[in-house]
Design a protein around this ligand. Structure first.
Ligand SMILES: NC(=O)c1ccc[n+]([C@@H]2O[C@H](COP(=O)([O-])OP(=O)(O)OC[C@H]3O[C@@H](n4cnc5c(N)ncnc54)[C@H](OP(=O)(O)O)[C@@H]3O)[C@@H](O)[C@H]2O)c1
Length: 305
């Protein structure tokens, strides 16, 4: 899996992400992180196919990943969901398909089916059965690799321990940034040869924390390290993850930032001292808490990691 990928969640207007994908391919990105839930896979696909048509890139050079949404966890729905993403992206295979969350929701029209108390309505599916259907996608040639996202260490171990496991997850995609450094979960995954893909490495799309006076972009420790290396705060946060041997998904629709964010792969290294200082910033501050799902039997964040 390429080290740095483009996140495709939350563009402000239709077509914005198509331009971002094209700029990213020109800047050297080969990994694109998509999801059914983002409802923009056709726009991402348009960017990819424009560059293939131009002759700038071949399909085989790209690593395209998508995610199975929670309302499709029933075994009988997994292939339908995957085929839908493939159709929107206009691809005949995905390089990676991951279970977006360990929690299955009631199937139907709504992405987030809620009861009268505004809590999610679960499905009776078990993610081990969902995993079997994910394995079938590999056998059918629709996807090359499969993985998980937002799984805690016990949930990941449950899959690894599954009797008759045919393919193990190649990655666990998790929220991670200096204020939620995920030290224990990263150690756990890597000790089991499951790679870690980091999402939200800059701490979210909306600079949410500014409201709480907590924007990582202005963190004095990160700023100081950035000044020392003559890099931006974002580059320091991305490089921090690369040196922890994780894969980093960073979202931007701004051409200058798209270029800047991938430049950190080469010709630049944080010192051990910098890495220590970054690790010390941890405050276990999770942004993706998904509060409407807290009562779900498979809610992943009731345990420490
Ligand atoms: N598996 C999951 O459950 C899950 C959950 C959330 C996200 N994800 C994936 O991870 C991706 C990244 O997460 P995210 O979008 O929440 O957050 P993020 O990548 O940490 O932050 C994106 C925000 O930072 C800005 N930005 C990007 N580069 C910058 C730079 N060099 N300097 C200053 N600002 C910069 C972007 O602005 P502009 O866009 O305006 O350029 C955008 O507002 C998503 O797009 C999605 O693909 C997965």
């Amino acid at each position: 899996i390429p080290t740095v990928g483009l996140g495709t969640w939350k563009a402000a207007y239709p077509g914005e992400v198509t331009e971002a994908v094209k700029a990213a391919i020109d800047s050297g990105y080969r990994l694109f992180d998509c999801a059914y839930l983002y409802h923009n896979e056709s726009e991402v696909g348009a960017g990819i196919h424009c560059k293939i048509k131009d002759g700038a890139i071949n399909r085989e050079d790209l690593f395209i990943s998508s995610k199975l949404w929670c309302t499709y966890h029933k075994k009988s729905l997994v292939k339908t969901a995957c085929s839908r993403s493939l159709k929107a992206l206009k691809l005949d295979y995905l390089d990676l398909y991951v279970i977006h969350w360990p929690m299955g929701f009631k199937p139907g029209e709504r992405d987030l089916p809620l009861d009268r108390t505004s809590m999610v309505i679960p499905s009776d599916s078990d993610f081990l059965d969902t995993w079997e259907a994910m394995e079938d996608l590999v056998i059918a040639g629709l996807v090359k690799y499969i993985g998980v996202s937002n799984f805690n260490h016990q949930q990941l171990q449950r899959i690894l321990d599954k009797p008759g496991l045919r393919f193990k997850p190649i990655t666990n995609q998790i929220e991670c940034h200096p204020y939620l450094n995920q030290k224990d979960l990263i150690k756990f995954c890597q000790s089991r040869n499951v790679s870690v893909t980091v999402y939200r490495p800059l701490g979210s799309s909306w600079r949410t924390w500014t409201l709480e006076g907590l924007d990582m972009m202005d963190d004095p420790v990160i700023e100081k390290i950035a000044r020392k290396h003559n890099k931006s705060a974002a580059q320091i946060m991305i490089r921090f993850q690369i040196q922890r041997h994780t894969i980093v998904i960073v979202k931007s629709v701004t051409p200058k930032w798209i270029r800047e964010n991938i430049q950190v792969v080469f010709n630049f290294e944080l010192t051990e001292e910098d890495m220590e200082a970054m690790l010390e910033l941890n405050r276990n501050r999770r942004l993706a808490t998904f509060p409407t799902t807290k009562n779900h039997k498979d809610y992943p964040f009731h345990i420490e990691y």
